[in-house]
Design a protein around this ligand. Structure first.
Ligand SMILES: C=CC1=C(C)c2cc3[nH]c(cc4nc(cc5[nH]c(cc1n2)c(C)c5CCC(=O)O)C(CCC(=O)O)=C4C)c(C)c3C=C
Ligand SMILES: [Fe+2]
Length: 424
C-alpha cells in the first residue's frame, strides 16, 4: 500500500522524493535548480550531483527516519552541560538553527581576521553542500531527571536500557541525555556537521560516546530498491514495513493522539539503539547452510527459505515444526507473523561499523542497530525478549546503545526543536 502522493507516479515520485528533489525545491524556497538534471534519472543510475540533494528539515516529523538510508551515518550521544531550563532552550534553538543551515547548505561563513578562529572547520571547502544530510535529534530518559524540571513530561514508555541475557554492555557506550543520528551521502559531510554543532555548543554539550556506520553506496543510491548487506553477508532490512505507507506509519511508527502519551510528544517516535559486535572470524568459518538456518533466509538472495522472492512472506502456520524455517531462526522469532505479534512492528534503519581490532587481535565489526516504533515496550523490548537465546547469539554481542525519544518535527522557521516540551 502507498500514500496518495506516491500513487500518482510511484517509481519516479519516490526516486525524486528520495533524492530530495521534490522536498528540496520547497526547502530552497522555490524552483529547484537541479530539476533539469533529475529529468534524466532512472532508478539505478548514478546521481550526477548527489552533493546537492536536500532533505527538507521542516515538517511534522523529523527527517532521517523514513528518509531512504544515506550511505554514511554517525551516532553521537551527549551529556548536557546545560544547567537550567533557560540553557536548554538556548541549546535547542541553537541546534535548530545549525541543522536548518547545514541541511540546506550555502557559503561557508568567513572570518578574515587572522587573530580569530575560523567560523567553519573548512573541511567541505568554501561551499557547504547539503549532500542529503539529515540530523535526527532524540532525548534520553535522563533528560527528565531533576535538573530541568521536566519529570512530569517524560514520554510514558521512555526508560533506561537494561541488560538482556546476551549483553556485555560497556557503560562508556551507553545512554545519553541527547542523541544525534547524522546521516549523509558522504562521511565528510557527516563529520563537518558534527564539528559545526560541537563548535557552536561548547558550554552546552559534552560528547559521551560516538560511532560511525555505513551501508554500500549502491544500496543507498537505489533508494530502498536494493537492500543493504550487513557484515555477516546477509541482506538486512528486506521485511521492513513500507515507509511510504502513511497509514501504516501512523499506526506503528509515530506517536499519535490516541496513545496515552503527553501531548507535546505527538509526531515523535521511540528509538532503540544497540551497538552489536560480531564474531566475524568464527562466522566466516561457519557452513553456509548453518548461516542460512540461523537467519531463515538464503544468504545471497535474501529469499526466505522455501520461497522464491526476497519480499515473499513466510506462512509459519504451514511449517509448525520448523522444517523449512527453524523455530529459532532469527526472522521467525523476530516476527512470528501471528495476529498477536502484529503489535510489535518496528522500522529498522541499521548501519554496519568497522573499527580496528580488539586487544586480542580480533576484527571489531558489527551492526549499529537502530529501530523506531510508536511504543518501545510493544516494539523493541518485546522483540528482543523473543530473540533472547536465538541461535545467532553465539556470533554476536551487544555492547552498547540506549533508548531515546525522537522529538517531533519543527513546523517552520518560527519554531524550534523541543519547543512543545519546553513550553508545555
Ligand atoms: C530486537 C530487534 C532486533 C535486533 C536486535 C536484531 C538484530 C540483528 N538482526 C540481524 C540481521 C537480520 N535481521 C533480519 C530481520 C529482522 N530483524 C528484526 C529485529 C531485530 N534484529 C526484525 C523485526 C526482522 C524482520 C523479521 C521479519 O519480519 O521477517 C534479517 C532478515 C532480513 C530482513 O528482513 O531484514 C537479517 C539478515 C543482525 C545481524 C542482528 C544483530 C546482530
Ligand atoms: Fe534482525
Amino acid at each position: 500500500m502507498s500514500n496518495q502522493q506516491d500513487d500518482a507516479q510511484p517509481a519516479r515520485r519516490r526516486l525524486l522524493k528520495g533524492l530530495g528533489l521534490l522536498g528540496g525545491a520547497a526547502a530552497l524556497g522555490g524552483g529547484c535548480p537541479f530539476h533539469a538534471a533529475a529529468e534524466s534519472f532512472s532508478p539505478g543510475t548514478v546521481t550526477p550531483n548527489a552533493r546537492q540533494q536536500v532533505q527538507p528539515f521542516y515538517g511534522q516529523h523529523q527527517a532521517g527516519i523514513i528518509t531512504p538510508q544515506q550511505a554514511s551515518m554517525m551516532l553521537v550521544a551527549f551529556d548536557l552541560l546545560a544547567s537550567d531550563k533557560a540553557d536548554l532552550q538556548r541549546l535547542f534553538r541553537l541546534l535548530t538553527q545549525r541543522i536548518a543551515f547545514l541541511t540546506t547548505g550555502g557559503p561557508a561563513p568567513v572570518v578574515t581576521n587572522p587573530q580569530l578562529p575560523p567560523m567553519d572547520s573548512g573541511i567541505l571547502g568554501a561551499q557547504i553542500a547539503p549532500d542529503n544530510l539529515t540530523i535526527t535529534v532524540s532525548v534520553g530518559t535522563s533528560l527528565f531527571d531533576e535538573r530541568f524540571g521536566l519529570a512530569a513530561h517524560k514520554p510514558k514508555k521512555l526508560q533506561v536500557m537494561t541488560r538482556f541475557p546476551n549483553d556485555s554492555l560497556d557503560a562508556n557506550q551507553c545512554h545519553g541525555d541527547l542523541l544525534l543520528q547524522i546521516c549523509a551521502n558522504t562521511q565528510d559531510t557527516v563529520i563537518h556537521a558534527l564539528r559545526d554543532i560541537i563548535k557552536h555548543t561548547p558550554d552546552l554539550l559534552g560528547v559521551r560516546w560516538r560511532r560511525e556506520g555505513f551501508i554500500s553506496d549502491h544500496a543507498a543510491r537505489s533508494l530502498g530498491q536494493e537492500t543493504p548487506i550487513n557484515l555477516l553477508g546477509f541482506k538486512d532490512g528486506s521485511a521492513n514495513p513500507d515507509s511510504h505507507d502513511a497509514a501504516l506509519m501512523k499506526q506503528m511508527l509515530w506517536v499519535t493522539d490516541d496513545q496515552d502519551e503527553p501531548a507535546w510528544a505527538r509526531n515523535g517516535s521511540y528509538q532503540a539503539v544497540r551497538i552489536i559486535s560480531f564474531h566475524v572470524e568464527m562466522w566466516d568459518r561457519t557452513p553456509l547452510g548453518e548461516q542460512e538456518t540461523i537467519f531463515g533466509r538464503e544468504k545471497l538472495s535474501g529469499v526466505p527459505l522455501g520461497m522464491k522472492h526476497e519480499r515473499d512472506v513466510p506462512d509459519y502456520s504451514r511449517d509448525p515444526d520448523g522444517e523449512v524455517i527453524a523455530l529459532d531462526a532469527h526472522i521467525r522469532l523476530a516476527n512470528p507473523r501471528t495476529p498477536e505479534t502484529d503489535s510489535s512492528l518496528m522500522l529498522r534503519r541499521g548501519y554496519s561499523y568497522s573499527a580496528g581490532i580488539s586487544a586480542s587481535g580480533q576484527l571489531e565489526m558489527g551492526l549499529l542497530f537502530v529501530c523506531y516504533q510508536h511504543d518501545l515496550e510493544k516494539g523493541f523490548i518485546t522483540v528482543q525478549n523473543r530473540l533472547n537465546g536465538e541461535a545467532l547469539e553465539e556470533y554476536i554481542r551487544p555492547i552498547g546503545g540506549g533508548y531515546f525519544y525522537v522529538l517531533p518535527g519543527v513546523a517552520d522557521e518560527h519554531h524550534y526543536l523541543a519547543q512543545s516540551l519546553l513550553e508545555a
